[in-house]
Design a protein around this ligand. Structure first.
Ligand SMILES: C[S@@+](CC[C@H](N)C(=O)[O-])C[C@H]1O[C@@H](n2cnc3c(N)ncnc32)[C@H](O)[C@@H]1O
Length: 203
């Protein structure tokens, strides 16, 4: 989907991605220090940020789609949750932000192009405090052929094992590559090959 598509989806009533957090986000909570300062990259309408803020973490959420950020702010207000939410591009935000105890990238990295994805990963890692976490869920391509159509749209998909290699200097707490669950959003039922990672930065 394009940015315009996302804005249109987020303008619709209710939450396009639902309110239920991504399962990896739920699984990551046990690794997070109390009061952790968290950055949610490509937060959409904020289902994961809302969940984490509800657990008492200090949340900053960014997304390039203005309508997603508006929706997040509306829901946060309704739930009486304090979330710093900004319209921003992942690449530019990471350049100037401070460090976080944990950075989440849930289904957003597959939208970054080949020229930027590796510096985005590097920046994500460098903006993570020692002992901090990175939590990533993304689509992957299981063959060179499967990379072609996304590449034509300016998107880079990791290959098999690639994300793990990019996190070789972190301690891997959880890593999985598999055919994902059936999507629950309002698209025709479909599945993607996905990678899920929880990794801890060394001291
Ligand atoms: C598949 S949605 C996932 C939303 C959210 N992480 C979730 O799990 O519900 C991808 C989101 O990434 C955002 N996005 C795509 N490219 C981006 C970029 N370069 N910078 C910031 N956000 C981006 C889109 O606007 C969209 O809201």
């Amino acid at each position: 989907m394009t940015l315009a598509d996302y804005n249109l989806k987020y303008l619709q009533k209710g939450l396009y991605w639902g309110l239920k957090p991504h399962s990896l986000v739920v699984d990551s909570v046990k690794f997070l220090p109390l009061n952790a300062k968290i950055l949610d990259l490509g937060c959409g309408e904020g289902r994961n940020s809302l969940f984490l803020a509800g657990k008492g973490f200090d949340l900053t959420a960014i997304d390039i789609a203005e309508e997603g950020i508006k929706k997040l702010k509306k829901f946060a207000k309704k739930e009486n949750l304090n979330i710093n939410a900004y319209v921003s591009d992942v690449k530019s935000y990471l350049k100037n932000c401070q460090e976080f105890d944990a950075i989440f990238g849930i289904n957003v990295l597959q939208f970054i192009d080949q020229n930027n994805i590796f510096s985005v990963i590097k920046k994500t890692q460098s903006k993570t405090k020692p002992n901090g976490l990175n939590v990533v869920a993304s689509f992957i391509a299981t063959s060179q052929k499967a990379k072609k159509a996304p590449a034509a749209k300016g998107r880079y998909l990791f290959g098999k094992g690639e994300l793990k290699k990019l996190y070789k200097d972190f301690q891997i707490l959880f890593y999985e590559e598999k055919m994902g669950d059936w999507e629950t959003h309002k698209q025709p039922r479909h599945r993607h090959f996905v990678v899920r990672l929880i990794a801890k930065k060394a001291t």
